[in-house]
Design a protein around this ligand. Structure first.
Ligand SMILES: [Zn+2]
Length: 528
């Protein structure tokens, strides 16, 4: 064939191509005119996609739970929600939420979260957890990692995990699993339990190392080897939390760096803020150079100087006050009331599983502490993750359909306000990050951490045609958390619409109580 003929055919193909695209556009426009085009339209918002850089006024057409059109001309649909003056972005993806009951999911929906995953602690049995949540239904997407801690408790204490977070609290009354090295046989059985969890579709391995700091290096290496083999991330709450060596935060994070280097596994460091406390400058240096040398390490943080944990946890033993860089019993609070040395000792003795708040930094009282917190939050490519806690009333978890929650409902305020607080403080008020970069840390980046092993996540964290219709529409001028350490039971404000798989779960700022469009985020199940 002559080159002229090739050119001629190319022109024809080009022409037909143009004609057929134009025809399709005409027919789609006609369908839209008749109001048949879309199930739902989010109209005239400032649409931002952190991946492509789109930032402009658009209407978003949703069909079959996916984004079907992003248009600068009006779209028609069965339902049209007016987003004029609002920012429209991908829904927020929380890699770290222990609040996996219905009340926690609803609180997080007000915070803009459309996918809430329990990856740090994880769970066992994995299939049981997915089945239970699917039976109950959730407004937002959910998912789990396989829990190293549950596997360790099972092998060390002979307690069988139940697929519920209460297992973690019950385990606090035993000590053997926290301090003793696993034998080679025990390690093999722990790995087998984790493998089973991965075969049941777990999204990674949850490693609560700091709760069992007596584990051996070879066990940690075997866990990271499994993560590398399976191609999943390991989500780690590091072994130590201290500014003093040995057994320091620095040493603990160096251990994670060594595991990434020694196995090639993707290692994710949970809550860099609370794990690094006042040693973040040196730790950030270590992590920057580790990442620059190609290690697959990611980090997350939440914008509070207070954490939440069980009062009997290992980190409150011995010289913990010095190890925190100068803390007192009063920095630990139960339901908003500070402990004294004697009430703290009493609670550790009698009710070690009780959830308490610990102020590891005091950004409200100290400019230096604010700077430490900022370094964790603003670490390059660090994601925002809540570490949300289960909501409790009189010390018991609130489950089921209660809404609004009882007046005394308690949890760390991050459980209801992490993402809106981050937007308020770091993007709007202090302008530490652009809106696009702020959104990227809550949407695209967490999706990318998971998408290699969980292909579903390639359709999340983006506002693009073909992506899942998980969206938020919020007022940047007013978006804010409202819950505090003393009165956490207050929904965040400013989220006008929160859409999950094409269905509004927050509409005009109100909960759509019967909407349960949340779906499991899960790797393929290979276990029989
Ligand atoms: Zn943790």
């Amino acid at each position: 064939m002559s080159s002229a003929a090739v050119r001629f055919l190319g022109t024809l193909v080009g022409l037909f191509g143009a004609v057929s695209i134009a025809a399709a556009q005409t027919s789609r426009a006609a369908a839209a005119e008749r109001g048949e085009g879309f199930d739902l339209v989010i109209a005239n918002g400032r649409v931002i996609d952190p991946e492509t850089g789109l930032d402009g006024v658009r209407s978003v057409g949703i069909r079959g739970g996916r984004i079907a059109a992003i248009s600068s001309t009006p779209l028609r649909g069965r339902t049209v929600l007016d987003a004029t003056g609002l920012v429209v972005a991908p829904g927020f993806i929380d890699l770290h939420s222990h609040g996996q009951e219905l009340p926690g999911a609803r609180m997080q929906a007000f915070d803009g979260v459309t996918t809430s995953l329990e990856l740090e602690a994880g769970i066992l049995p994995v299939a049981t957890a997915y089945e239970r949540v699917a039976r109950e239904g959730r407004p937002i997407n959910y998912g789990f990692s396989a829990s190293w801690l549950y596997a360790r408790v099972a092998e060390k204490e002979g307690m069988e995990p139940t697929g519920s977070v209460t297992f973690f609290q019950e385990a606090q009354t035993r000590k053997g699993w926290q301090y003793t090295v696993a034998s080679a046989d025990e390690t093999e059985r722990i790995i087998a339990r984790l493998q089973r969890g991965l075969d049941e579709g777990a999204l990674g391995i949850g490693v609560l190392a700091g709760y069992a700091p007596g584990y051996g290096r070879k066990e940690a290496f075997a866990v990271a080897q499994l993560a590398a083999r399976a191609g999943v991330p390991a989500f780690t709450h590091v072994r130590y939390m201290s500014v003093i060596e040995p057994q320091s935060s620095f040493e603990a994070i160096e251990e994670v760096v060594a595991l990434a280097a020694g196995t090639g596994a993707r290692m994710h460091i949970c809550h860099l803020n609370s794990s690094s406390i006042r040693d973040i400058p040196r730790i950030a240096e270590l992590l920057r150079s580790a990442k620059a040398s190609g290690l697959r390490i990611s980090t997350e943080a939440y914008p509070y100087g207070g954490g939440s944990t069980a009062v009997g946890a290992e980190l409150f033993r011995g010289n913990w006050r010095e190890r925190f860089g100068g803390a007192t019993a009063g920095d630990i609070e139960l339901a908003g009331a500070p402990f004294t040395d004697s009430t703290l000792a009493d609670a550790q003795e009698k009710a070690p599983g009780t959830w308490v708040v610990v102020h590891f930094l005091r950004p409200d009282r100290s400019a230096a502490d604010q700077d430490y917190l900022d370094q964790s939050i603003l670490f390059p490519d660090g994601v925002i993750a809540s570490d949300a806690m289960p909501w409790t009333s009189q010390g018991r978890p609130i489950t089921g359909d209660a809404w609004p929650l009882p007046d005394d409902a308690f949890a760390h305020p991050r459980s209801a306000g992490t993402f809106t607080r981050f937007l308020r403080q770091y993007v709007r008020e202090r302008q530490k990050l652009t809106l696009r970069e702020g959104l990227r840390r809550m949407t695209l980046l967490p999706a990318q951490i998971l998408e290699e092993s969980a292909p579903q996540m390639k359709r999340k964290g983006r506002l693009q045609v073909g992506a899942d219709a998980d969206l938020v529409a919020f007022d940047l001028a007013t978006v804010s958390e409202r819950g505090t350490f003393t009165h956490p039971n207050q929904t965040a404000t400013g989220m006008r619409f929160v859409i999950v798989n094409g269905t509004p779960v927050i509409r005009d700022g109100e909960l759509v109580r019967d909407a349960l469009p949340g779906r499991p985020i899960r790797r393929p199940v290979t276990a029989r």
